[in-house]
Design a protein around this ligand. Structure first.
Ligand SMILES: [Zn+2]
Ligand SMILES: [Zn+2]
Length: 288
């Protein structure tokens, strides 16, 4: 089994205690035991970033990203462009600006502030030469307009947790962006997401958990974690009629292409998907 990456998780938001985990290391080992060898832990505020930095110290298989999320603007309304830039350049594991974007579903009342913050962040991404991780919910037209007017194409990036239309996907792909899918693709009611899955070419596809949210079937409803990205991998591989191995290597390659990194294969054995049990994981650790 080829290793692959959970391209979007929120390690700082997992409730370690209630899940019975003692540490991030256990979460990482559990992911590794089912083939999820690398993680990109995303922060939505500078405060969360500091927590992520602390939690993931010493793990060279965890990458980091930082942006000011549209739904966290109230927590950091006066976020500093200088601080964001400095933090994005503070650690070589920080490979992206995000998540940023627009969310008119949960927060339609502060569109103006969201638009300003998003535009500023696109320009910061260009200054520090890091791709964007974009959150777009019920904000198709404004997202596309800003990506165009601010020339986001110069740095590129990914539209994460994609749940919009084929038309939105087409326009994002035209702008050079990647499209990333979560466990939502496995939900019974997600025919629209599966339509997009059919449309997105393999060389622009990514997989993510967005944990602790959106656990895929068959673990839907419980707290999500990076290991469960394997369920989404299996589901999408079956849906596309390809092997898990080939989808794993395609999505890893896409990650390497977008972020200009080289994922190093860890030296451990991974259980086959047909037999693996997430409650029976091997006690392995990635080279530190
Ligand atoms: Zn998001
Ligand atoms: Zn997220």
């Amino acid at each position: 089994m080829t290793y692959f990456i959970d391209t979007h998780c929120h390690l700082a938001s997992l409730s370690y205690q209630s899940q019975g985990f003692k540490s991030v290391k256990e979460v990482v080992d559990r992911a590794l035991s089912v083939g999820v060898s690398h993680l990109l832990s995303v922060s939505c505020t500078t405060k969360e970033f500091y927590k992520n930095l602390e939690l993931t110290k010493g793990f060279n298989n965890i990458y980091l990203a930082l942006g000011i999320h549209p739904l966290n603007l109230e927590e950091e309304p006066n976020w500093s462009e200088k601080e964001l830039k400095d933090l994005l350049l503070s650690d070589k594991r920080v490979i992206a600006l995000g998540e940023t974007g627009l969310d008119y579903h949960y927060s339609p009342e502060n569109k103006k502030e969201q638009l300003e913050s998003f535009a500023k962040q696109i320009n910061i991404a260009k200054e520090v030469c890091k791709p964007l991780i974009i959150h777009a919910r019920e904000a198709k037209d404004d997202t596309l307009a800003l990506l165009r007017s601010e020339n986001a194409k110069d740095v590129g990036g990914v539209i994460h947790c994609f749940t919009d239309s084929v038309d939105m996907a087409r326009q994002c792909l035209d702008l050079g962006f990647y499209i990333s899918f979560t466990g939502v693709a496995t939900f019974k009611a997600s025919d629209n997401v599966r339509e997009v899955l059919k449309y997105v070419p393999n060389d622009r596809l990514m997989l993510e958990t967005d944990c602790p949210y959106l656990a895929p079937v068959p673990v839907r409803g419980i707290e999500n974690e990076p290991a469960y990205c394997r369920y989404t991998l299996k589901y999408i591989a079956d849906f596309k009629g390809m092997s898990e191995d080939s989808l794993a290597s395609i999505t890893s390659q896409n990650f390497e292409n977008l972020y200009k990194v080289k994922l190093k294969e860890p030296n451990v054995t991974v259980g086959e998907c047909s037999t693996y049990k997430l409650d029976k994981f091997f006690n392995v650790s990635f080279e530190k």
